[in-house]
Design a protein around this ligand. Structure first.
Ligand code: SDX
Length: 432
């Protein structure tokens, strides 16, 4: 028997709404007919209790600290797969077998170059531009270069656009970095792995040989896996909403990058490292108590960056894997005494014993340790969110494709609770 929810309206009417169940996770009350039946809207700023779509891609259990990509636990994917395996999984719903993987990797690695005229596009930015500003501009401009993959109603156009974005994002990110440090762009090398190629484009110089360190390559590849998708977060919802108007895929991904840049979202890794560096400068672990006091003071507007999450009310499973990756990278580089890592672990311990954080279920999220490991890998702070964008591109595309393929797909257009002026007449300026 179909489940129903009943809503008693102020005028005494009882309205019934279907309750829909998923494969796992919370059921939903289908309120699409509410306005038509009642003339009322629901009200949910920040979408704390709103499911915007149905999806088969990523599942998060915030209370249990569980993250599944197409049903596979993130811990297993981080251990047994590489980033391109995970890209294939997110896009196709299954992990690839050997022939499928070889074809997928071959296609991605043959699309790594960008249109050569894009080089001049970068020249329009100031050298001290934030790399995320460059990313938003360049990715949005791709629709000016690739006219044969803009028609979202054409599955072949969507497929080509997906490959171009996944394949070219490392090149675009590395070019943004090279431009800001005044070094020459490095062309992709298709004989390297996806992540090894990215490291080569980031760190190699024309004047000396560069050899990819396999431990560091594996660590960075795992960081990309951890950031690949995360259900209907702010930037993914931005991509879906942009895509719902029929905008081309490059414009939608540029919108996602712009949203991810915010410090409450993907910009938190840059903010978290800055926070740790400031505390380190002020005196290190001895100053943690004073900082936590500031955080607890509502008037300070200071947050413990890299802590807290809208969904996770337990430890973010990605933060655990990121902390393990930190250990591996710092040990490989002989930096096991890295003061920032020690400071971060001390802060985590102190916060998790403090009632302010415990009572609000605030735990480290993916951004708390990612800055430390990226800094150890030689990635400058300003590039952290660019790396996040690189990784999340496949998640955004998978979600965008799912939306376009959804029979319930329509333009997203929320309403409002209006509290402004009621109708009034314009008075001549002399009477205002
Ligand atoms: C990402 O959505 C996703 O999935 C995002 C992401 C992804 O992969 O796409 O996981 C990536 O964005 C991770 C989150 C990175 N952001 C940060 O680390 C920034 C610091 N965190 C906070 O800004 C905050 O925790 C949010 C934005 C992440 C979540 O905010 P919510 O869900 O709106 O929670 P809230 O602000 O209502 O917080 C509830 C309480 C408040 O206190 P009270 O009003 O109850 O007294 O907890 C407090 C908040 O002030 N609080 C914090 C805090 N986070 C929440 N207090 C201090 N430090 C913090 N970090």
């Amino acid at each position: 028997m179909d489940k129903k929810a009943t809503l008693k309206l102020p005028d005494g009417r009882d309205l019934e709404f279907p309750v829909l169940g998923g494969s796992i996770g919370p059921e939903v009350i289908d309120i699409r007919s509410l306005y038509g039946k009642s003339g009322m809207f629901t009200y949910d700023p920040g979408f704390m209790s709103t499911a915007s779509c149905n999806s088969t891609i990523t599942y998060i259990d915030g209370d249990a600290g569980v993250l599944l990509y197409r049903g596979y636990p993130i811990e297993q994917l981080a251990k047994h797969c590489d980033f391109l395996d995970v890209c294939y999984l997110l896009l196709n719903g299954e992990l690839p077998n050997k022939p499928q993987r070889d074809e997928f990797v071959g296609t991605v690695m043959r699309h790594t170059m960008v249109h050569d005229q894009l080089n001049r596009f970068y020249m329009g930015f100031r050298r001290d531009a934030h790399p995320m500003a460059v990313m938003v501009g360049v990715v949005g401009a791709l629709s000016a270069f690739y006219h044969d993959s803009l028609d979202i109603s054409d599955p072949e156009h969507r497929r080509v656009a997906a490959f171009r974005l996944i394949a070219k994002m490392p090149t675009i990110v590395a070019m943004a970095y090279k431009y800001t440090v005044g070094q020459p762009f490095v062309y992709p090398r298709n004989n390297l792995s996806y992540t090894g190629n990215f490291m080569n484009m980031m760190f190699s110089l024309p004047v000396e040989d560069y050899k990819v360190n396999n431990v560091l390559e594996r660590a960075l590849d795992r960081i990309l896996i951890l950031h690949a998708d995360h259900e209907q977060n702010a930037s993914t919802s931005t991509v879906r909403l942009s895509g719902s108007s029929g905008a081309n895929p490059f414009a939608c991904i540029a919108a996602g990058i712009a949203c991810l840049w915010g410090p409450a979202h993907g910009g938190a890794n840059e903010a978290a490292l800055g926070m740790l560096q400031d505390i380190q400068k002020a005196g290190g672990v001895a100053k943690v108590g004073e900082f936590i006091k500031q955080v607890k003071d509502k008037n300070s507007n200071v947050k413990l960056m890299g802590f807290g999450h809208r969904v996770y009310k337990n430890y973010d499973p990605r933060a655990k894997l990121m902390r393990e990756t930190c250990h591996e990278v710092l040990n490989e580089l002989g930096l096991h005494d890295d003061p920032l890592f020690k400071l971060a672990m001390a802060m985590e311990k102190i916060a998790l014993e403090d009632d302010y954080f415990v009572s609000r279920k605030l735990y480290p999220n993916v951004d708390f340790y990612s800055g430390i490991v990226q800094r150890a890998l030689g990635i400058p702070v300003s590039m952290f969110t660019c790396i996040f964008s690189l990784a999340r591109t496949v998640g955004w595309i998978a979600q965008w494709q799912e939306m376009i393929g959804d029979p319930e797909y329509k333009i997203g257009r929320p309403r409002q609770l209006y509290r402004g002026a009621v109708k009034r007449d314009v008075k001549p300026i002399g009477q205002r």
